[in-house]
Design a protein. Structure first.
Length: 684
């Protein structure tokens, strides 16, 4: 599902189509934003009267309030008409929204908190589908404080989301101007938004939110335009012109789109697509945003696993970044491309300031990008935290803050590693933390140390060991490794000696019409909505199973299935011989009845090839959230050969060896190694 959403959202920009149901959801989100923003504005500028819900007889009546604002300013927010395109039947709901906004009194909330409220309005499933996790305000403050020293700095965010990082840059620039005694609220607000700050995002309503978030910084100050746009930023380079957000949204929403929602309009199926407005660089004239080189590229790039990206999109990325081919790999993490994208836009001596998954520091696929940074940048700061995993809201993986200067240096520079034992809870604390990090001071809540460029080069395969949550664990493992170098083999050498093969489990789905059907051992392991078939029993000849939601009981020949492991979560023993799930690898006489309850077609030729080719007796978890309540073990043994889904590595070796290694991979000693190498999705 996530893969399909990724493909749909990231590729729709080029196809020019978006789904009707997504248009509806975006429309309601935008209207809610407009109502909230207008309410706050009316409380600060008495020239705009309060919205009186009793005078709203139809959605179009909102324009009586919005149009005067549009005549004055804020075309990026009110410059596209949603209200008049809604059916009269929605009037009652709109009135309720107005009453709710008044009751919440958003004008009494600080601008930074209000910005966070706005981005929380974006449904979590949509944010997750494009890996759009937004940076918390305090972490954004640290990043801006560490990376901006010039009040006139030109700043870009090429995955702007809610605008949190650009707003932090705005605050930092304002602070520096005030220190110089040159700050002029109206003049500088206009300059910041029209000249200095640029943001791009793939999601129109996220970019719309960024406009609002920036406008809130000086609500009564006028601006003619805001440098926020909707685009797949990986396509961009300096010198290009792209349409501003209000033009993009006007074009996207003025065609058959929202008019279809009027009563009596054309009815579409939920998955129907509509044409997006013909957005071309040639046809937009004066509303274009010219893209220039920046002094700072600040970003929390989207985190999407490489294996979830469609192959067509991967190919496009390889072409777009072919100038960096010496550092690229086919399995490069998606977020790493944004480092190269930032480099395209960065002036010599400029800086990148990123929020990134901590896996960047050790994943082999990213080693080329680490080397690129080492050869072309001075890495000034790497900041992490032990209080919680991430700097982003609702992210479930550990993150770092990375600040680097585009300068090859002389090789004598050092990188400051800072470990926050506690996250700042206010913007002032964020500033104080940044000040201490800059000075290299140790505080009760911060531990800072330096690493030379030579050391980074030496440990290019794994920088994570510098930020292991407990340095004692890292040092202990270094001692163990030295002691064992001559007397012990690595696991890879062991496999070579016994002629064993180590493979990743099979891919469950490769697209909307290509998947593998599973029958799960226990109902409590059927976590996802698509996990619908539950195993009752297996005999030598037959497999008995039922549908989780329907009163449907079916059987299939045992010969048409193979043992598998759908997920490692909630498997509470290391020996899983009697706890295996089933994967269907070929059809049987009653298959058509089974097929009636499936929404996708099974690819049996692929299932047989991939499953049978990977049969083994030792499975080692590939990616695990150690903090999750269902995590019980990191490796599993089975007397019966099986093939796990692509959540484990699998190998076939001597049974006694497999048992011993299962114990080893679940031992405290090995657990500490996982900690150092950062294999966990969540905690580390």
């Amino acid at each position: 599902m996530v893969e399909n959403q990724f493909l749909r959202i990231y590729c729709s920009m080029r196809r020019g189509i978006i789904r009707v149901d997504e248009m509806k959801q975006a429309a309601t989100y935008l209207l809610a934003n407009q109502i909230i923003f207008y309410h706050v504005l009316s409380k600060m500028d008495l020239a705009f009267e309060d919205i009186d819900e009793d005078r709203i007889g139809k959605p179009n009546d909102l324009l009586k309030y919005f149009n005067p604002v549009l005549e004055k300013d804020y075309s990026s927010i009110f410059g596209f008409d949603v209200a008049s395109r809604l059916p009269d039947s929605s009037t009652k709901i709109i009135k309720k929204v107005i009453m709710a906004v008044k009751a919440l009194a958003p004008e009494k909330i600080g601008h930074d908190v209000l910005g966070k409220v706005f981005h929380e309005l974006i449904p979590f499933n949509i944010r997750k589908s494009v890996a759009a996790f937004y940076t918390n305000n305090e972490a954004a403050e640290i990043l801006a404080q560490l990376s901006i020293d010039d009040p006139d700095a030109k700043v870009m965010d090429l995955a702007v989301g809610s605008g949190t990082l650009l707003v932090a840059a705005y605050r930092r620039k304002r602070e520096l101007k005030k220190k110089l005694g040159t700050y002029d609220l109206s003049k500088d607000h206009k300059k910041f938004l029209e000249e200095d700050l640029t943001g791009i995002d793939i999601m129109p309503f996220a970019a719309h939110l960024a406009v609002m978030h920036l406008s809130l910084q000086a609500l009564l100050s006028e601006t003619e335009k805001v440098r926020i746009a909707v685009w797949d930023s990986t396509e961009l380079k300096p010198g290009m012109n792209i349409p501003a957000i209000h033009k993009e949204l006007k074009e996207a929403y003025k065609r058959p789109t929202l008019d279809m929602f009027k009563e009596g309009g054309v009815t579409f199926q939920r998955d129907a697509f509509v044409k997006k407005g013909a957005i071309t660089l040639e046809g937009l004239g004066g509303d274009e945003i010219p893209l220039k080189n920046a002094d700072l590229v600040i970003m929390n790039p989207p985190f999407t696993r490489e294996e979830r990206m469609p192959q067509t999109y991967k190919n496009s990325l390889m072409k777009r970044f072919r100038d960096y081919s010496d550092y690229l790999r086919r399995d490069l993490s998606f977020y790493s491309y944004f480092i190269l994208l930032a480099d395209k836009f960065l002036k010599k001596g400029g800086k990148i300031a990123f929020v990134m998954p901590a896996t960047f520091l050790r994943v082999s696929a990213n080693e080329g990008i680490r080397r690129f940074l080492l050869e072309n940048y001075v890495i000034e700061h790497i900041v992490t935290t032990t209080e919680r995993a991430a700097f982003s809201e609702q992210a479930q993986f550990r993150e770092i803050l990375l600040i680097a200067r585009k300068d090859k240096g002389d090789g004598k520079e050092v990188t400051k590693f800072s470990i926050l034992k506690k996250l700042p809870s206010t913007l002032k604390m964020g500033k104080d933390f940044a000040r201490s990090i800059k000075k290299g001071e140790d505080m009760d809540n911060i531990s800072t140390f330096t690493v030379t460029r030579e050391e980074l080069e030496k440990h290019i395969s794994n920088w994570f060991e510098f930020i292991a949550s407990d340095p004692l664990i890292t040092n202990t493992w270094i001692k163990i490794r030295k002691k064992c170098e001559k007397s012990c083999n690595t696991f890879n050498k062991y496999l070579t000696n016994v002629n064993g093969q180590f493979k990743l489990g099979f891919q469950l789905s490769l697209g909307k019409d290509d998947m593998t059907e599973l029958i799960l051992m226990a109902r409590d392991r059927a976590i996802k909505t698509k996990d619908v078939w539950i195993l009752d029993k297996i005999t030598r000849k037959k497999v008995y199973f039922h549908h989780k939601f329907l009163k449907v009981n079916l059987t299939c020949p045992t010969s048409c299935t193979k043992p598998t492991l759908r997920r490692a979560a909630k498997v509470n023993s290391m020996d899983i011989t009697d706890k295996l799930d089933c994967v269907i690898v070929k059809k049987w006489k009653g298959y058509n009845k089974f097929k009636e309850y499936n929404t996708k077609s099974s690819n049996f030729s692929r299932a047989q090839t991939e499953v049978i080719d990977r049969l083994g007796n030792l499975a080692i978890v590939y990616r695990m959230d150690i903090s999750a309540s269902g995590t019980c073990a990191l490796a599993f043994y089975s007397e019966e050969l099986f093939t796990p889904v692509k959540i484990c590595w699998i190998c076939k070796i001597d049974q006694d060896h497999a048992k011993i290694l299962t114990l080893w991979f679940n031992s405290t000693i090995d657990l500490s190694l996982y900690w150092v190498l950062e294999f966990f999705v969540g905690f580390c």
